[in-house]
Design a protein around this ligand. Structure first.
Ligand SMILES: [Zn+2]
Length: 198
């Protein structure tokens, strides 16, 4: 297994499903596996990973990357869900790699403004394999790589357990939504100057 292996994309893209599948595979191979879940990730029980389709895997809830490093030597494969929520995660992944662990993670890659989570960018740089997990655009049903935040949602960057405030969108539908929010606020909008390419 290439390591770190990163499943990333918007909400509802099946990232956690991919992570769980790899961890189950390692378990069948009789390889020691430990999974970690940020305490801030409130989907389902914190002591398990849970995908939108209902697949689960036992996990240890952690508040910081140090807690992962304390337990990691109990396993050869370390799985971590939603790494963008874990402070210190990039240094942690580097350390796990130097200890010879196989690392597989799942994470949102961008916030709803289309900006990469900084620590995720670092982990993507270290990754040996990256699997993009697009969802389905809620507006036009194409592949969705963006998480659009509805205008009525609270404004802090990290909004936990608030799935109702988001929808997956393709770039064009996400961009249109962002422009609409700017217009509502009387801000400058960005017109596209090139027609859509095939
Ligand atoms: Zn769309």
């Amino acid at each position: 297994m290439l390591s770190p292996l990163v499943y990333c994309g918007p909400m509802w893209g099946g990232k956690t499903e991919g992570l769980i599948t790899r961890l189950v595979r390692a378990r069948i191979q009789k390889v020691g596996v430990l999974a970690f879940n940020p305490k801030a990730n409130t989907r389902g029980e914190v002591n398990e990973l849970r995908s939108h389709s209902g697949a689960t895997f036992p996990a240890i809830a952690v508040a910081s990357a140090d807690e992962i490093l304390e337990r990691a030597d109990e396993a050869d494969v370390v799985g971590i869900d939603e790494i963008f929520m874990i402070p210190g995660i990039a240094a942690c992944v580097r350390e796990l790699k130097s200890r010879g662990k196989k690392i597989v993670v799942a994470t949102l890659d961008m916030d709803s403004e289309g900006k990469v989570w900084e620590a995720v960018g670092e982990v993507l740089g270290m990754a040996e394999e990256i699997v993009k997990c697009p969802a389905v655009c809620s507006a036009c049903k194409k592949d969705a790589y963006y998480s659009y935040r509805l205008p009525e949602a609270p404004q802090q960057r990290l909004l936990v357990g608030a799935g109702n405030y988001y929808e997956p969108r393709c770039f064009d539908c996400w961009h249109e939504g962002q422009e609409g929010k700017r217009r509502q606020k009387g801000q400058k909008t960005f017109f596209r100057t090139t027609p859509e390419l095939p």
